[in-house]
Design a protein around this ligand. Structure first.
Ligand code: SF4
Length: 614
C-alpha cells in the first residue's frame, strides 16, 4: 500500500517552499493557488504521504480531497528537481494510489468534528479558511530543524486582512490558546510551531507599487520572489532575501541581509513603515509617535513586537547597465581584502565573498556535478574563493583595473553551460600544459582566451542538460536557453539557486556580524566552526561574507549539512549547536562588532547601527 521509495522521497522534503513560487515560469501547483493551505501544495502533499506512511494521521475527508486535486501535471517535479534533485511526482502518484485503494476497500474515512472554537475562527476568516483536520494540521507541524520535533497544532487559520488577524489574536488571548504566525514555508529554524493556532498568511498577497514615492507596500504573505518580480516590472529592485520567504517575515526575524546589503544596508534600512498587530490585539504603525520602539536593539533573545501584517519598503533604481563579475582568488585573505576594498570605496551594488562550495552548487543542476565542479574549480583552475560583484559599467571598469583577472557575464555563461566538460580530462590536460608561474585561472579567464574556453567547453543548453535525468532534459534545454538562467544580475536579484545549498543535505546556516578589518578574528570564528563540525562528524563549508557599511562590518555565513531524517545526524547537529553558542557569545562579549544572528532573530527591524557597533 505505502511505497517505500515514495515515503523516502517524502521524508526528504526540505520545507523551503520553493513549490509555492513560480520561479521557473512553469506555473504553480493549481490547487495550491486556490486552496492556499500548504497541504494543497507539493510540500504539504509530501508531508501528508510521510504522515500516512508513519500512521501519524488517519485518512480524513481532506486527505481524499488533497489526493484527488492533484492533476499529475508534473510542475512540482521540475521545480523540486531544480532545487533539491528530488522527484516528488512519485509521491503524488503514490498518494493518489494509496487513497483510491483505501476507498476501494471501503475503509473508514474519518470525519473531523467541528467544535465551537473552530466555529468562532470560521466566523472570523470565513468558512473555508479555518480547519482542524489532521491532514492539514500535520503539514504545519514540523521542519528539518534538528532542535524541534513534530508538534501538532489544533487549528490552522488563513486570514485575508489585518483586522482578521487582530480578531484571531484577541480570541486566542481570551481562550488562553497560544498562536504563531507563519510565512510561506516554515522558518526551517523551528520557529513556527505550536500546539495552538497557526496563522498562515498565504492569502495576504497584496502588492502596491508607488513609483513616485519609490516604495512598495506588501501584505504579510508576499514572498521575496513575487515582490522582486513586481518591482522589476516597474523598473526597480528591492533588497529581499530567500525567494520563497515572506518579506514581512524576513523583516521581523533577522532583518533583510543579502549581497545587496553592501549598498542597501540591513535592518531598519529596508523598512519605511510597517503595520503590526501586537500580543494584546492592538494595531500599531512604526511611524506613530506612540509606537513601540522596534528600532532599538537589546542583546538578548526577545519575542517579536507582534505580527507584521503589512510593510512599506524602499524601491531602488536599476541603472540599466548592471552586470555581474566574479573575481577569482586562491586565498581567503586576498578575497576578503578585495571585497572590503570595494566596499570602502563604494564600488559595486552587491558584493559577496563566496567559497567554492557555493559557486559550484549554484552553477550545477545536480549534486553530483556540483561536487565534481568544485574539485575542478579548485584543483584544475586554482580558484578557491571568488568575490562576486554586481556593478554598473563604471564599477566594472574600476574592478577591471583593480583585479588581476575577472570572470564576466559572458565567461560565466560559458562556464555554466559547458560545466559537464569542465570536469572532463581533456580540460585538465589542456590546463596542465600551461607553462606558467600563474594560477591557471589567471590565464584562462583573460578575455582574449574566451575563444579557447568556448572551443573546449562547447557551452550550450544541451551540454548542461546532458547530465540531468533523461526525461527532464528537454525541459532543462528550454530552461537554460533563457538568458536569465545564467545572468548574475537576475540570479542574484531573484536568488533562485541559493536554495540549492540544501540539495544534497539539509543546510544549517550559522550567521554572525563581524568587524571586517579584523581578519584574524574572522578566521578564528571560521576555524572554530570548522573544528566543532569536524569533532561532531558533520559536513561543513564556508558560505559567504558580505561587506557592509563602508567595509567596517560584514555578515558572515558558515554552513553545516545534515540528513535531517537521521536521528544520528540530528543529534550531532544539536551537540554542535550547543558548543558553538557559548563560543560566539563569549567572543561577542569581548569583541566589538561580533554579533551572533541569534540575538537579532525577532529584532530584525532594529537599526543596524544598534547591533553592528554595540
Ligand atoms: S503534479 Fe500534483 S502536486 Fe505536483 S504540481 Fe501538479 S497538481 Fe500539484
Amino acid at each position: 500500500m505505502i511505497s517505500e521509495e515514495a515515503s523516502k522521497i517524502a521524508s526528504q522534503c526540505r520545507h523551503y517552499a520553493m513549490c509555492k513560487i513560480d520561479f521557473l515560469g512553469t506555473g504553480l501547483c493549481p490547487s495550491g493557488m486556490t486552496k492556499h493551505y500548504v497541504s494543497y501544495y507539493p510540500q504539504g502533499r509530501m508531508d501528508i504521504y510521510h504522515a500516512l506512511a508513519n500512521n501519524l494521521v488517519p485518512v480524513t475527508e481532506e486527505v481524499i480531497s488533497i489526493a484527488r486535486t492533484c492533476t499529475l501535471c508534473g510542475i512540482c517535479d521540475k521545480q523540486c528537481h531544480f532545487v533539491t534533485g528530488l522527484r516528488p511526482m512519485k509521491v503524488m502518484r503514490a498518494l493518489k494510489d494509496y487513497v483510491e485503494s483505501y476507498l476501494q476497500q471501503n475503509r473508514e474515512v474519518k470525519r473531523v468534528e467541528r467544535n465551537p472554537i473552530l466555529g468562532r475562527l470560521k466566523e472570523i476568516v470565513g468558512e473555508e479558511w479555518a480547519t482542524n483536520d489532521p491532514a492539514i494540521l500535520v503539514t504545519y507541524a514540523n521542519d528539518p530543524f534538528p532542535l524541534t520535533d513534530l508538534q501538532m497544532p489544533r487549528y490552522i487559520v488563513l486570514p485575508r486582512i489585518s483586522e482578521e488577524i487582530l480578531r484571531i489574536v484577541k480570541f486566542s488571548g481570551e481562550l488562553g490558546i497560544p498562536y504563531v504566525v507563519r510565512g510561506n514555508g516554515g522558518s526551517v529554524y523551528g520557529a513556527v510551531f505550536t500546539d495552538g493556532i497557526v496563522i498562515d498568511t498565504n492569502r495576504m498577497k497584496d502588492i502596491e507599487i508607488d513609483r513616485e514615492n519609490w516604495t512598495a507596500t506588501v501584505g504579510a504573505g508576499v514572498t521575496s520572489f513575487d515582490l522582486q518580480q513586481e518591482a522589476h516590472r516597474h523598473g526597480f529592485r528591492v533588497n529581499v532575501a530567500e525567494p520563497a520567504a515572506t518579506v514581512c517575515g524576513n523583516l521581523v526575524c533577522t532583518g533583510i541581509f543579502s549581497t545587496w546589503s553592501s549598498a542597501y544596508g540591513t535592518g531598519a534600512d529596508n523598512l519605511i513603515n510597517a503595520e503590526f498587530v501586537d500580543r494584546e490585539g492592538n494595531i500599531f504603525h512604526l511611524n506613530q509617535k506612540t509606537a513601540p520602539n522596534v528600532y532599538a536593539f537589546q542583546k538578548e533573545v526577545t519575542p517579536t513586537p507582534g505580527i507584521c501584517t503589512q510593510a512599506v519598503i524602499p524601491l531602488y533604481p536599476d541603472t540599466g547597465d548592471e552586470e555581474g563579475v566574479l573575481v577569482p582568488f586562491s586565498t581567503f585573505d586576498q578575497a576578503v581584502s578585495f571585497a572590503r576594498n570595494l566596499s570602502v570605496r563604494r564600488i559595486g551594488m552587491a558584493i559577496g565573498v563566496l567559497g567554492n562550495h557555493y559557486v559550484s552548487t549554484f552553477m550545477s543542476p545536480s549534486a553530483d556535478l556540483a561536487q565534481k565542479a568544485r574539485k575542478a574549480l579548485e584543483e584544475t583552475l586554482g580558484i578557491k574563493y571568488a568575490v562576486f560583484v554586481i556593478g554598473d559599467r563604471y564599477a566594472r571598469e574600476a574592478i577591471r583595473r583593480m583585479a588581476p583577472v575577472m570572470i564576466d557575464e559572458q565567461a560565466l555563461r560559458m562556464l555554466i553551460l559547458g560545466l559537464p566538460r569542465l570536469i572532463e580530462k581533456e580540460w585538465s590536460d589542456l590546463v596542465e600544459n600551461f607553462e606558467s608561474t600563474k594560477y591557471p585561472y589567471e590565464i584562462l579567464c583573460r578575455e582574449e582566451l574566451h575563444p579557447i574556453l568556448e572551443a573546449v567547453l562547447r557551452p550550450s543548453p544541451e551540454t548542461i542538460a546532458s547530465l540531468v535525468d533523461e526525461d527532464l532534459r528537454d525541459f532543462y534545454v528550454r530552461l537554460y536557453s533563457r538568458p536569465e538562467m545564467t545572468s548574475m544580475v537576475w540570479l542574484n536579484s531573484f536568488r533562485i539557486v541559493s536554495s540549492r545549498m540544501g540539495r544534497h543535505k539539509h543546510v544549517l546556516a550559522f550567521l554572525a556580524y563581524v568587524p571586517l578589518d579584523r581578519m584574524e578574528l574572522i578566521k578564528r570564528i571560521i576555524s572554530e566552526w570548522e573544528r566543532v563540525a569536524d569533532s561532531n562528524g558533520l559536513e561543513h563549508h564556508f558560505g559567504f561574507l558580505t561587506p557592509m557599511d563602508f567595509g567596517k562590518r560584514g555578515v558572515l555565513e558558515y554552513d553545516y549539512y545534515l540528513d535531517h531524517t537521521k536521528e544520528s545526524d540530528r543529534n550531532r547537529a544539536r551537540k554542535a549547536m550547543s558548543e558553538i553558542e557559548p563560543f560566539l557569545d563569549e567572543l561577542s562579549r569581548e569583541t566589538r562588532g561580533v554579533m551572533s544572528m541569534k540575538y537579532i532573530f525577532s529584532q530584525g527591524c532594529s537599526r543596524k547601527e544598534n547591533y553592528l557597533y554595540l
